[in-house]
Design a protein around this ligand. Structure first.
Ligand SMILES: [Zn+2]
Length: 399
């Protein structure tokens, strides 16, 4: 068993007990990795001997980002649609069908190459855990292969056969819901951990969404929902009703939606002492790329709702894999503090995936971490657009 010491850490974000403030900050720290896990954290002067050493040179070290919402299995790009939108055309979600056509036409190797390219891109920017959804195949075979390819690079895979109703079912959505709940779910479930539905006007109504999510739950998948992105709607409350791990987007919320999320609050033994069982995952890259108003993070946080940040990486409405970019947007545009945004991008994402082995640095957690080219986590928002990730360790292995 070889050990690795990350030494001379100026500021260590742990999101765990024993440090200062909500990020569990430690100064002048060291961290020992054994067998891919964090084995010890403490003052640098007390650091144990190790087989190898990485000198952080006084920089900040953070847990790897946990991107809990991404759509990486697709073909083609929609740069022209983006340009048209920036010239004034509104975003409707209809462009998803463009990507569906390209994805169905692509070979397995083409899809695999895109997934691996984007996974690598995210990793270089500090993302060590990433959720990947299907949802651009929308046939039994194409959804199953999308998830099979996603599962090659991530254990957090989500069946999103209910992304939109494909064109060939446009006049018989009930039949499509039957397909999703029947043979499509059966083919997809072996490769999926989660089930998700785009519950929105123009996609799936609340009854269809409930039926699909319940079918997924019945075969053991956890629930997540695309909710309240383009306008007010029932998605957030449906997610709470079904015990969803996360409701995602949350751009248009009523007081009843916020109250429903806050009502899932539970006291627990975690470092925070309490959190909401259903997390509100905010995806500011989507508002940026569709030039839409941002969700009101402050309102959710002040109501005691646990908030995560994720990229929503997809070719239509948010083609970024950068968690630092999302942190900068959350701080500048959504009035989150830098500490809240960093927590939401790490421990918050882990909560949204119901994981306690990632998003935090403490003995027993996965040794997923990044060394910044900066002395503090504040720089992630303070220096937007700058490549600040000097080195990433994934399962204790330098990337
Ligand atoms: Zn999405």
């Amino acid at each position: 068993m070889s050990s690795l010491l990350v030494d001379n850490i100026g500021e260590l974000v742990t999101n765990s007990e024993g440090g200062a403030g909500p990020l569990g900050l430690r100064r002048d720290a060291a961290l020992l990795v054994e067998d891919g896990l964090v084995a010890w954290i403490g003052p640098a002067r007390d650091a144990p001997a190790a087989d190898r050493r990485i000198d952080a040179e006084g920089a900040a070290v953070l847990p790897g980002f946990v991107d809990s919402h991404a759509h990486l299995v697709f073909a083609g790009d929609r740069a022209a649609e983006f340009a048209a939108r920036m010239a004034g055309e509104p975003y409707t979600g209809g462009g998803i069908r463009t990507t569906v056509g390209a994805t169905r036409a692509a070979s397995d190797d083409e899809l695999r190459a895109t997934v691996r390219r984007l996974r690598g891109e995210a990793l270089r920017q500090g993302t060590t855990t990433i959720e990947i959804k299907s949802g651009y195949g929308l046939t039994v075979a194409d959804e199953a292969r999308s998830l099979r390819i996603a599962a090659e690079v991530s254990e957090e895979t989500t069946f999103l056969g209910a992304h939109v109703v494909p064109a060939e079912y446009a006049d018989r959505p009930d039949d499509y819901v039957g397909l999703v709940c029947g043979p499509m779910l059966a083919a997809a479930a072996p490769y999926a951990r989660w089930v998700d539905v785009f519950c929105e006007r123009g996609a799936f109504d609340v009854d269809h969404a409930r039926a699909i999510l319940a079918c997924g739950q019945a075969v053991g998948l956890g629930v997540r929902v695309h909710a309240n992105q383009l306008g007010p709607g029932p998605g957030v409350r449906l997610g709470v009703e079904l015990g969803a791990a996360s409701v995602d987007h949350c751009t248009h919320l009523t007081d009843a939606d916020v109250d429903a999320l806050a009502s899932t609050r539970i006291d627990c033994m975690c470092a925070e002492g309490r959190h909401t069982a259903t997390v509100a995952t905010l995806l500011p890259g989507a508002e940026f790329s569709t030039r839409s108003p941002y969700p009101d993070a402050r309102r959710l946080l002040d109501a005691g709702v646990t908030v995560a940040l994720a990229t929503d990486c997809n070719p239509g409405s948010s083609y970024t894999s950068s968690m630092p970019f999302c942190i900068a947007l959350a701080v500048r545009e959504m009035r989150m503090t830098p500490a809240e945004a960093v927590w939401a991008a790490t421990a918050g994402g882990a909560r949204a995936l119901r994981r306690d082995d990632v998003g935090r640095l403490r003995p027993g957690a996965r040794a997923d971490l990044m060394i910044l080219d900066a002395p503090s986590h504040l720089h992630l928002a303070y220096r937007p657009g700058v490549p600040l990730i000097r080195q990433v360790l994934h399962n204790g292995v330098p990337q």
